[in-house]
Design a protein around this ligand. Structure first.
Ligand code: KG4
Ligand code: ZN
Length: 366
């Protein structure tokens, strides 16, 4: 099965072609990601600029993905697009394009939840079996989720305020670094002193697996204000202290998350990381530590497949289509769409000629 996947939920315009064998093995035939550079001056993604940039480049990105894969629209088996959650203008561009390709070429459309695409990436890269414990940390989401099957997700913890990536981005903005902030904060932290500033470890020891990052961000701002004006070494030390605090929080929350997983779902096959923040080396190291401590395997997809890309959308589309799940051309784009309301193989959600399964979830918000 060969699927074209389209990702336009934020500021990456991406398309990829992925093959899924009958035994469930994945192979990336092409993977084109165009990161928009139009937002740096604003210190964050401007939704309208992002949507317009997707319109301008998506056709070219898809054409290149198809050419690199050696396929055309006749030789693929379906078209998948991220239908949310995300910035609605961008989601409309990607989903409408996918609908047009599906309609004209008479191929199934698979409207993929962006979070589900992150959640299933480990199966593409490592063939990880269900159930596994997912740590999803991106610019918009921070969750610990029991992944029990395609469309079968149990949220064990999530953030009460900022996402981890968002906290990195806001820290970068506060310190005058560019956007996206995560990689810049990580680069500065490499030569900084992680113990110079005393920052809180929010939620430490709490019996649930929830996160809270906004207090940490405020504490960092207060420390920076105390020593203003800050020099380059101050920036490096602030970044290192911030990153160390995040690493400690992640370790504590994941230990609790893995405990909750075992209580509710038995032993996971692995601890799996996904989302842009998993590209961070310090976070990757702490994931190794926690997995080792709790006696679990660890799966961290390559950094390029942790950040937003089309291959993860194509793969999620392939996994769904292999189960007989597809969507109709009236499937709506959704700005909000929690992972736990993604349609699964429950009888009412199996594809019917008139309405695809995911309509069951449409309209529900996070
Ligand atoms: O998954 P992703 O590409 O897009 C979303 O769905 O949000 O994640 C982007 C987020 C941004 O907040 C970015 O700053 C963060 O991931 N990020 C990082 C690193 N690389 C990307 N955060 C920390 N360290 C990194 N190396
Ligand atoms: Zn993402």
């Amino acid at each position: 099965m060969v699927i074209l996947g389209i990702e336009t939920t934020c500021d990456e315009t991406a398309a990829a072609v992925v093959e899924r064998s009958e035994s469930g093995q994945g192979k990336i035939l092409s993977n084109i990601v165009l990161s928009q550079n139009d937002h740096a001056a604003f210190g964050g993604v401007v939704p309208e600029i992002a949507a317009r940039a997707h319109v301008e480049s998506l056709d070219h990105v898809i054409r290149k993905a198809m050419a690199d894969a050696g396929h055309n629209f006749n030789t693929i088996d379906g078209v998948a697009a991220a239908a949310g959650p995300g910035l609605i203008g961008g989601v409309i561009v990607g989903l409408t394009t996918a609908k047009a390709i599906a309609l004209v070429n008479e191929k199934p459309l698979i409207a993929v939840n962006h979070l589900e695409a992150h959640a299933l990436t480990a199966r593409l890269t490592n063939g990880t079996a269900f159930p596994y414990c997912l740590f999803l940390a991106s610019g918009g989401h921070t969750q610990i989720v029991a992944v029990r099957g395609v469309g079968d997700y149990l949220r064990l913890g999530s953030t009460l305020d900022d996402a981890i990536g968002e906290a990195f981005d806001k820290t970068a903005k506060l310190l005058g670094l560019g956007y996206p902030g995560g990689p810049q904060v990580e680069a500065e932290a490499k030569t900084g002193n992680p113990t110079r500033f005393t920052l809180p470890r929010p939620m430490h020891g709490k019996p649930n697996a929830d996160f809270s990052l906004s207090g940490l961000k405020t504490a960092l701002r207060l420390e920076a204000e105390k020593i203003a004006p800050i020099n380059d070494q101050d920036v490096r030390d602030l970044c290192a202290s911030f990153q160390q605090a995040v690493v400690d929080v992640v370790a504590d929350r994941l230990r609790t998350g893995m405990k909750l997983f075992r209580e509710r779902c038995g032993n996971p096959t692995a601890l799996v990381a996904a989302g842009g923040v998993a590209a961070n080396d310090a976070i990757r190291k702490v994931l190794h530590r926690v997995a080792f401590e709790v006696g679990s395997a660890l799966v961290v997809p390559p950094a390029a497949l942790c950040t937003d890309n089309g291959a993860m959308v194509a793969w999620a589309g392939a996994e769904r289509l292999a189960l007989g799940l597809s969507d109709t051309l009236d499937t709506p784009p959704q700005a909000r769409w929690p992972l736990t309301s993604v349609a699964s193989l429950a009888p009412s959600n199996v594809v019917s000629p008139k309405f695809g399964g995911r309509r069951a979830a449409a309209g529900r918000t996070e």
